[in-house]
Design a protein around this ligand. Structure first.
Ligand SMILES: Nc1ncnc2c1ncn2[C@@H]1O[C@H](COP(=O)(O)OP(=O)(O)OP(=O)(O)O)[C@@H](O)[C@H]1O
Length: 248
């Protein structure tokens, strides 16, 4: 396989236990370069845990994960250069303007002069539709704008792979749909790979090329595939119930 079509992420029989309590076992899938891949499942099934494994914040108790071709446990520093992460809380620093928030990774990880850092941060904020808001504080913007700013910060170092933890959580449906369009626009413009944790059905149908569904009772994955295919063809009752709950 050439490097151009190598998978962006390989999750190979990953498992996680905490103090002997198994959260999931035998989770395996690949994420293709340029794909929007969604991780979904009910509360407590291990979505955030799997995300933490993929970004090198948690060592899997079983199996192996590679991101950008690097083992996330053995080569975590290299993996970190490949990824941008938007955590669920967004976590913008309240005392900094949006421009300063987006500049932060450039301050921490590059030697670029201040003017270049500011210019890059302006470009990233413009890409997420916040060109006019660069000098505002997080307290002065809406929830949807805060998510966009957090995505701009995740983009600051031009990572080829973006991880977004519940980007539409806490947003109204129209603002959430706007974020979905932003994700698709960014994928088209930047040609990057997205892993998105969400359980918003509309959002999954709008953005996901493929998805994996975890389940707390099964302690593992119960579906992998294209959302519309799973909606129509899955024989698993939990998968069928999830994808057909509002029958969009
Ligand atoms: N560091 C930890 N130590 C012990 N248990 C943990 C730890 N992290 C997560 N868990 C447990 O693992 C299970 C899965 O948690 P996780 O946050 O990954 O679920 P989730 O699918 O993301 O849920 P939600 O949708 O509610 O955010 C939960 O029961 C949680 O309490």
């Amino acid at each position: 396989m050439s490097a151009a079509c190598a998978p962006a992420i390989v999750v190979d029989h990953a498992g996680q236990s905490f103090g002997g309590r198994v959260i999931f076992e035998d989770v395996s899938f690949t994420v293709a370069t340029g794909e929007v891949f969604v991780v979904l499942g009910g509360s407590g099934c291990g979505k955030s845990t799997l995300l933490k494994q993929m970004i090198g914040l948690l060592t899997p108790t079983k199996g192996r994960i590679t991101v950008g071709g690097y083992d996330v446990v053995e080569r975590v520093a290299l993996v970190r250069r490949e990824i941008g992460v938007m955590f669920q809380s967004g976590a913008l620093f309240g005392s900094m303007t949006l421009l300063e928030n987006v500049m932060l990774p450039l301050v921490m990880f590059t030697d670029l002069p201040a003017r270049a850092r500011a210019e890059i941060a302006r470009i990233k904020l413009a890409m997420v539709g916040l060109a006019e808001a660069v000098n505002l504080l997080p307290s002065e913007i809406s929830g949807g704008m805060a998510k966009r700013a957090a995505i701009a910060r995740a983009l600051a170092l031009d990572p080829p792979i973006l991880f977004l933890d519940e980007p539409s959580a806490g947003l109204d449906p129209i603002t959430g749909a706007g974020l979905d369009r932003l994700i698709l626009d960014l994928r088209a413009t930047l040609d990057c790979t997205f892993v998105v944790v969400t359980h918003e059905l509309q959002s999954i149908f709008a953005i996901a090329d493929r998805c994996v569904m975890l389940d707390r009772e099964a302690r593992g994955m119960i579906a992998l595939g294209v959302p519309r295919d799973l909606q129509q063809s899955s024989t698993h009752p939990t998968v069928r119930a999830f994808f057909n709950r509002d029958a969009p």
